[in-house]
Design a protein. Structure first.
Length: 368
């Protein structure tokens, strides 16, 4: 079949809207009509050329929601008409990783996914007979896409696509790191570096679990109002204090119980660790840093009890946990509507990248 898609032909160049060819689902695969997709900072990161796994031409996008239109042979858990959220972290429930309760990093399709290919080592997308790569196993910047069955979470049918799509990455990453990974206890002091599409979800997750102080850190003061609306109790602009780590330690009587880096900057990653409370403070790296970047700190920071961790997709096991996050949203426990600041048709998808780079948007959603 033919489908309309935004294709990244080259790093650093705008996406181009073209009609591409899409091969139907092979055994174990599912054809999905994408109804809406968010544009995440990670899409911009890969498009910039900084992603070591970035390969072109590719159809980016990993934050979508849609409807199953056709299933390949052997697919048992989904049928045409089901509403789904694509998963860039699959959940096969069989691999060594899925069987270990300490991780959500299913590896069943990860190797081929990282090469932009389906599990059989080929692509379903092509243009003029030449393959176009998949991205993060999702390629939600295409009206129709094909995914492995294990890379789809079935969700309730009353969840609106234009908001639920954000659960495919930003919402689950931010709320999930608090609830699934860190398991933040009520009364904890939490510090969030970066008040963008991820950080604001960490804030609402911290509020949901009953954190005490929720301190936001950002160099863009225009984020303060919305961060307060989502539960931020205190704000520090690093440009307005002499030393941001000292300012946090003072505001928290010794340091954060939990800190979250939602920027992707190795300097703020260090600050996020070092603002943690001696003896127990835990810092989670969420931000994705460019190729060749490295983190550093004095080992004494760890010797004296601070913990440095990282998280992908908020620790969520997609097929199991994404439907739960959708319930939290539908039950009014989390607010998605006010974080979707812009909507546009596929034709205008490059505007979503401009709005992100200028700091004007929290999340842009493309509706098909
Ligand atoms: P965003 O652009 O919406 O937000 C980033 C925020 O950081 C902005 O508000 C910006 O003003 C602020 N900022 C930039 N430099 C700063 C500095 N030096 N000090 C303080 N604040 C600063 O991005 P986002 O969509 O929220 O994504 C954040 C990061 O999380 C990205 O690196 C993205 O790739 C990554 N991410 C990771 C996962 C995961 O599973 N680990 C999932 C989604 C996104
Ligand atoms: N491909 C990059 C790393 C990119 C990365 O860290 N991706 C996150 C998700 S960001 C979503 O917006 C992730 O889940 N990583 C775990 C995984 O298995 O990809 C690189 O450095 O090679
Ligand atoms: Zn993302």
């Amino acid at each position: 079949m033919k489908t309309r898609a935004a294709v990244a032909f080259q790093a650093g160049k705008p996406l181009e809207i073209v009609e591409v060819d899409l091969q139907g689902p092979q055994p174990g695969e599912v054809l999905v009509e994408i109804m809406a997709t968010g544009v995440c900072h990670t899409d911009a990161f890969t498009l910039s050329g900084d992603d070591p796994e970035g390969a072109f031409p590719a159809i980016l996008g990993h934050e979508g929601a849609g409807i199953v239109r056709e299933v390949g042979a052997g697919v048992t858990s989904l049928k045409p008409g089901d509403h789904v959220i694509p998963l860039y972290t699959a959940e096969c429930r069989n691999c060594k990783f899925c069987l270990n309760p300490k991780t959500n990093l299913c590896q069943a399709v990860r190797a081929t996914q990282g090469q932009g290919l389906m599990p059989d080592g080929t692509s379903r997308f092509s243009l003029d007979g030449k393959p176009i790569l998949h991205y993060m196993g999702c390629s939600t910047f295409s009206n129709f896409t094909v995914l492995p069955e294990i890379s789809l979470a079935k969700i309730r049918e009353d969840a609106p696509f234009d908001l639920a799509c954000y659960i495919g990455c930003g919402v689950t990453t931010g709320v999930g790191v608090v609830a699934f990974d860190a398991k933040v206890e009520p009364g904890s002091n939490v510090v969030v570096f970066g008040l963008g599409g991820i950080g604001l979800n960490v804030i609402q997750g911290a509020k949901m679990v009953g954190a005490n102080k929720i301190i936001g850190i950002d160099i863009n003061p225009s984020k303060v109002e919305i961060a307060k609306q989502f539960g931020m109790t205190d704000f520090i602009n690093p440009k307005e204090v002499e030393n941001v780590v000292d300012a946090i330690i003072e505001a928290t009587d010794g340091g954060a119980d939990y800190s979250f880096e939602c920027i992707g900057n190795v300097n703020t990653m260090r600050q996020a660790l070092e603002c943690c409370h001696k003896g127990w403070g835990e810092s989670y790296i969420i931000g994705v840093a460019g190729a060749g970047q490295e983190i550093s700190t004095r080992p004494f920071q760890l010797v004296t009890g601070r913990v440095w961790r990282g998280t992908a997709f908020g620790g969520a096991r997609g097929r199991t946990d994404v439907p739960k996050v959708v319930d939290w949203f539908m039950d009014g426990k989390i607010n998605i509507k006010d974080l979707i600041t812009h909507k546009m048709p596929l034709q205008d998808i490059n505007k979503a990248f401009d709005l992100m780079h200028s700091g004007e948007s929290i999340r842009s959603v493309v509706e098909f």
